[in-house]
Structures are given as C-alpha cells and as structure tokens.
Design a protein around this ligand. Structure first.
Ligand SMILES: *Cc1c(COP(=O)(O)O)cnc(C)c1O
Length: 501
C-alpha cells in the first residue's frame, strides 16, 4: 500500500519514505491510498492477543513495507512492562455502566503521546535502512512541555538517531522541565530558549528550512527528521489502541462482535481522534466519534457549522496540551471529506493560511456530521467535572480527560444515547497535579512546590504518583544551558560537531 500527499495524490511513496520525510515536499500530509480492512473474524482473533501482538497486526496492514515479525519486535520493546507500568498498556476502567475510560498514560512520560513516540524511533530507524539512507537522523523538537519529554524518552540511545529538544525557558512546569533536563542517553541534547513557545518553534522551523545548513550537515553524514504529530509514524501507532479497547470489551463479554461503541477524544491537533476515524473506516465497529475541546473550541465550531476560523482569541487553559488553534491533522480528514480531491483540499488549506478561515459546503458538512459530534468545556467546567467525578465514582481524572468526560455527559444528555462509550484518558492526574489538587478541594491556602503538590495529591486521592514523576526530585539535571532564539542553529552545529560519528 502506498501513501501520497493530501495536496497532490499523483506522487506515491512507501510508508517508510513517508515516515522519513514527515511532511510531504508540497507541505501536505501523507495519507494512505485506501484504508485497509479488518473483518469481524479478524477483529475477534485480535482480541486473543497481547497488546504488542495486537498492535503489530494492526500496524502491519497500514505499514505493509514492514513485516508483522519486524513490527512485533518493535511493539514488544515499545510497550514492554519496563516501559508501561500497568499490567496492560491501555487498560479500560469502567466509570459507570456502559462508560469506560481507556487509560493511555501508563507509559514513561505519563501521557498518551508515549504510544506513538515509543514506536516512532523503531519505525524511523528501520525506514532509514529500507530507503537506503546511511546518514544519521537528527530529530529537532520544539516543545511546550509534553512532546519534548516523550520524544527524548523514545529516541534516547536509539542507534542511527540523535535528538535535540528546545523548550521555552520558564515556560514549563518545574516537573516538565526536570523530566527533560534529567534525560539519560548519549544521543540526546536539551536547551532552554529565552523566549516563548512561538519563538522556540520558529527557531526550529528556521533550522529545518535552511537549505545551506542541511547541505553542510549532509556532508557530515546527518539528515534532519521530525517527530511532530503530523508524521505518519506517530499517527498509525494510535490506531492500535482503539482496536485494543474494542477487543477488551469483546473479551470481557461487555459487547458482542459487531456491536457499535462510541468514542470520545479530548483533542487539539485532531491526531488522536483521526486515529479512531481510521480504525472505524478499517472495519472496527465504532459509532459516533465525539470530539472534545477546551475553551479553544475551533473544532467544536467547525464540526457544528462547517466554518473553520483560526482568527480568534487564544486562551491558555488548564488543559494546555489542547491549546491549539491550527489543528494540523484535520487536513487528513478533510482530504477524505473532499472525496480525495487534492486540488479542492489544497484550496481550503490556502484559504486557511491566507485568510485564516474556510467553510466547507453542505455536502461535506453532512458527511462530517454523520460521523462526528463535538463539544467543549472551559476550565471551570473541567474543574467541576474532576471534582464531581472523583466524589461520585472515586476516579481521578486529569484536566484533559475531564474535558472528555464533560463533553461525553453533555452528548448523552442531549441524545439519550445508551451506546457503550469509551473516553480516551490522555494523561495521569499527577502530571497536572497543580490543577487537579485544587479541583478536588485538597489544596490548602499556601504555596506548594511541584513535589509537595504530588505528595498532597497522593494523600488526598489514596493513589500513588507515578515513579517517573516522583523520582525526578532525586535526579541530577544534565542540561542547564539557556540560549537565545538566534543562537539555536549555532548550538545544533556545535552539538553535532562535538559528537561527530
Ligand atoms: C497532546 C495531548 C492531547 C491532544 O492530542 P491531539 O494529538 O491533539 O489529539 C490531549 N491530552 C494530552 C494529555 C496530550 O498530551
């Protein structure tokens, strides 16, 4: 099966080539020529497998230039018990009759991005070999917190790769900073940048598009590559856990083969919910896909009206990983809604970048609304949901997950739906203890540092903070250099020369 750009479907590449490139040369995103199909019998067979085996079998249909055996050797490492603390990498927890949370935060960085970023390094190193690339891949990441650590953790000591992460100095929580600056591995580098996230991201983009610099590095045996969420190698691993959720319900006798379940996903970039859409169109019996946003509700408006408008106020919320106005992965859905018409899709994307908005026609809107519902929850509602959920069920949700729970309950109230529903639980509540602790009314009126916050949340919830977070306090910071945005390129150069192959 081949892949092509959303903006030009004539030039086809293998999945390995798509993973090495990240973004297509025309600025589009790589999409499959068609979505592979799983029969109900195959899905029933999958339900007998462990998570790594299930994931390998799901991935093999999308990435067919990799063998199942090859993929399984990756998934066994990526989703091992050493990496994922829970018995199951993606366990389901029943919130109430017919409502389940799929916990995606048991990986090394306590958020769902580990599912993709533990796999991407394996997929990428193999892709370099498959495409005959002998240069070493250099991954540059600009992060506002979560992605940087997940990428570092995934790429640390992976042969044939190096990773350098930039974060805005003072722009992350102390725990987020320590997660990055204490990272082990001989191929990793972390810099704090004096500026905000946008300065940091522009700096990385500038390095990526510097042709002279790329040529100079190529001479020295290096190739720039990206780990951001539009890379096909990040999207495909996310499809597997929707299969896993369905199979778990099947195995536990909660549903019969062929029964539909609805999915709720707290999302910003549309990546996680797009993976559910791909799963559905590959034969997984999913019903409605419910898109949950925070106060940055650009997707809620789009799904309700067909009008996408990024020209709006940007809010910093308690669910920061969803504070996004340009939802990049939506382009992949839009392409399919356009009837795979690459010029029609390109026109929408041009309008978005030039005018900051576009409106889809009635036919596309009807197709969108026949599968997706949407809703949003602001911070106040999010905190209330955390408190109510904790009081009524004992379940402690993080702020992102709480947005999903709130939107789910609105959806059920509006529609009276009694279809079983799975809500993606995207982060450990301990990762956002600063918001979760006051939400359940357990914070006294004094200053807490991040680690006191963890301890107080443990005491209030009777849960244990993940060792990966609590253990940071004892770790030594390896990376403490603060640089200016203008110095980013020079520091990359210095890092690569000092650590020549
Ligand atoms: C990144 C992130 C999200 C949003 O994911 P999308 O890729 O935008 O769907 C939600 N919750 C958490 C905790 C995240 O880190």
């Amino acid at each position: 099966m081949l892949y092509h750009s959303t903006r030009d479907n004539t030039k086809k590449v293998t999945s390995a080539q798509a993973i090495v490139s990240g973004l297509a040369p025309d600025g589009g995103l790589y999409v499959p020529e068609y979505l592979p199909n799983f029969t109900l019998d195959e899905i029933t067979e999958l339900s007998k497998l462990s998570y790594p085996a299930l994931a390998a079998n799901v991935l093999a249909k999308y990435l067919d230039d990799y063998t199942v055996e090859e993929l399984q050797s990756f998934t066994e490492k990526a989703y091992s018990q050493a990496k994922f603390a829970a018995e199951e990498p993606a366990p389901l927890v029943q919130l109430k009759e017919g409502t389940y949370l799929m916990e995606l935060f048991h990986g090394p960085t306590c958020a769902f991005k580990d599912f993709a970023l533990q796999m991407l390094p394996f997929l990428l190193s193999a892709a370099l070999k498959k495409t005959g690339e002998t240069r070493e891949a250099v991954i540059l990441v600009a992060t506002s917190g979560d992605t940087g650590k997940a990428a570092l953790e995934g790429f640390a000591d992976v042969p044939g790769t190096r990773i350098c992460v930039f974060y805005p100095d003072g722009g992350t929580s102390r725990i987020q900073r320590l997660q990055m600056t204490t990272q082990s591995g001989s191929n990793v580098m972390v810099y704090a940048v004096k500026g905000n996230f946008d300065d940091t991201q522009s700096g990385v983009k500038k390095i990526f598009t510097d042709k002279e610099f790329a040529a100079q590095l190529a001479d020295n045996g290096f190739l720039f590559s990206s780990a951001n969420s539009i890379n096909l190698g990040r999207l495909v691993p996310q499809i597997a856990y929707y299969f896993s959720a369905y199979c778990t319900l099947l195995r536990e006798g909660k549903i019969n083969a062929g029964d539909k379940i609805d999915i709720v996903v707290p999302t910003g970039n549309f990546g996680n919910i797009l993976a559910a859409y791909y799963a559905k169109h590959s034969g997984l019996p999913l019903g409605r896909l419910i898109c949950a946003s925070n106060k940055n509700n650009v997707l809620t408006e789009f799904i309700s009206t067909g009008h996408y408008d990024r020209r709006r106020e940007f809010f910093l919320t308690a669910s920061p990983s969803m504070d996004i106005l340009i939802s990049s992965n939506l382009e992949r859905l839009l392409y399919l809604l356009c009837g795979s018409d690459d010029s029609k899709l390109s026109a929408f994307m041009t309008a978005l970048s030039k005018e900051g908005e576009y409106t889809i026609g009635a036919e596309m809107l009807a197709a969108l609304q026949s599968e997706f519902s949407a809703g949003s929850a602001d911070d106040e509602r999010t905190f209330k949901t955390i408190r109510d959920t904790f009081e009524k069920t004992g379940y402690l949700a993080d702020t992102h997950t709480a947005v999903g729970i709130a939107v789910c309950s609105d959806y059920v109230a509006e529609t009276g739906s009694d279809t079983p529903v799975v809500i993606a639980s995207t982060a450990s509540p301990f990762k956002f203890a600063g918001s979760v602790l006051p939400a359940i009314g357990a914070k006294e009126d004094r200053e807490y540092d991040d680690f006191e916050m963890l301890a107080a949340l443990e005491a209030a919830s009777n849960l244990t903070a993940p060792a990966a977070l609590a253990g940071l306090k004892a770790k030594e910071e390896r990376f403490t250099t603060v640089i200016l945005p203008d110095e980013m390129k020079a520091f990359v150069e210095k890092w690569l020369t000092n650590n020549a192959k």
